[in-house]
Design a protein around this ligand. Structure first.
Ligand code: LLP
Length: 419
């Protein structure tokens, strides 16, 4: 079988390490299933992003939905990042880290009145508007608060990001954003919205984008609209490209951030305003692993199953997007490879991490690492089957910290009553 390694998550003498810490040791101390993150992977990815765009004025707003453990958010904030928050809960989490609210963007296709009010009261950088009705509501709430709300319209550029349909957001058939014509008309009628200052223009066409062309096409389309509006006297502070840059989960070919920068910087330079980015996966995905223990090996007819102690409730991506996550032993060995389904204990046939996967034969009690689990892993976990969410560990060189402990059974019933 193949082994997937990164600069900071790799084998040392046949044992998988996150930075300088052995995964086996962490599993012994904290049990499994266990999320382990490499802090320096997060930092390196952030710096790589920064470096690629150093020629222009820009700011990164970490899309915290990818991994919103407070320590993870804090790692990025300390590097100068803002955050893109998608709900009151995310806003609240971000504020808990002590972030300056002027470094927060509030997204979401369906913000409640309360969320909008909160965004205005906290004086965040901007609220993204995703419908004309929302623009009207933001204006009304801002008027009631006697404030001016900073708003950017999320434009749906009608470009196919060529990613999984569930994570494609930039087509006119998707629920996201406002089509170009309507956006143009709202911006033109800006004087009607007396309590709104339109500070920018925004897009986000999808996630795990591996083909650079649709991305460039969307940037070009949005910049055309930008110039159109500029010619009509609108002065924007920022142009927000959203997130979506894909990462390699396997041997996928993905454009590099440097290539993306090379192709977009000439466009950005012409805009003469600050460029905002909202990466989530790019910063975190390959900095995380989910560690699980093999419970059983079995054969049903000709089919091999490896049953592990993690389940779909811990990492949902394979189940809902048929997403590939590489799976490999924490301790390398020379047993023969077999083709197996790697499945969890939950009572659903959809509870799997891999189907018909080549993997070297496992033994009960051994550890497996489910790779690239640093984005959209823990944040999408649930308590289905009354399973407790895993613990999370952040490794930094030789050091490691428990940044969230495993849930207890009391956590699961803390607000329930028996009547
Ligand atoms: N900005 C906005 C407005 C977004 O909706 C998203 C992700 C991002 C930025 C960050 O995108 P990224 O750079 O991480 O691709 N659960 C799915 C991914 C859903 C992404 C939703 N929006 C998955 O596990 O693949």
């Amino acid at each position: 079988m193949k082994h997937f390694e990164t600069e900071l998550i790799r084998y040392k003498e046949n044992n998988l390490f996150v930075e300088n810490v052995s995964i086996e040791k962490l599993a012994e101390e904290f049990g499994t299933p266990l999320y382990v993150y490499s802090k320096n992977h997060f930092i390196n990815q952030y710096k790589r992003f920064e470096n690629a765009f150093k020629e222009i004025e820009f700011q990164i707003f970490y899309a915290m939905k990818a991994n919103y453990n407070l320590s993870v958010i804090n790692t990025f904030i300390k590097l100068g990042s803002g955050v893109d928050a998608n709900s009151e809960g995310e806003l609240w989490r971000a504020l808990k880290t002590g972030i300056d609210p002027s470094n927060i963007i509030l997204t979401s296709v369906g913000k409640t009145r309360h969320e909008i009010k909160l965004g205005i009261e906290k004086n965040i950088l901007m609220i993204k508007a995703e419908s004309e009705e929302e623009v009207m509501l933001i204006n009304k709430i801002a008027e009631e608060c006697n404030r001016t709300a900073n708003v950017a319209i999320r434009v749906n550029p009608d470009v196919d990001a060529k990613t999984h349909p569930y994570i494609s957001t930039g087509l006119s058939g998707n629920k996201f954003g406002i089509d170009t014509k309507t956006a143009l008309s709202i911006y033109k009628r800006r004087s009607e919205f007396r309590n709104i200052r339109f500070t920018g223009i925004d897009m986000h066409i999808g996630s795990q984008i591996t083909d650079i062309d649709p991305f460039i096409e969307a940037v070009e389309k949005l910049s055309e609209l930008y110039f159109d509006l500029k010619n009509q006297g609108l002065q924007f502070d920022h142009f927000d490209v959203g997130g979506g840059i894909g990462v390699a989960y396997n041997e996928d070919s993905v454009f590099s951030i440097e290539e993306f920068a090379e192709k977009t910087i000439p466009i950005f330079k012409e805009l003469q305003c600050k460029i905002l980015f909202e990466p989530g996966r790019f910063l975190t995905a390959n900095g995380g692993v989910l560690i699980t223990e093999v419970l059983y090996n079995k054969k049903n007819g000709d089919k091999n199953f490896i049953i592990v102690d993690a389940a779909m409730n811990d990492l949902l991506r394979p189940t809902i997007y048929e997403a590939y996550h590489h799976i490999q032993p924490v301790k390398k060995h020379n047993r023969i490879d077999l083709i197996a389904d790697i499945v969890g204990p939950v009572c659903e046939s959809g509870d799997y991490f891999a189907k018909n996967r080549e993997i070297s034969a496992t033994k009960s009690g051994e550890l497996l690492a489910i790779m690239s689990a640093g984005a959209y892993g823990m944040v999408m976990s649930s308590n289905y089957n009354a399973r407790r969410r895993p613990a999370e560990i952040l490794v930094n060189g030789n050091k490691y910290d428990l940044i969230r402990s495993r849930e207890t059974f009391d956590h699961l019933i803390w607000d329930e009553k028996i009547i």
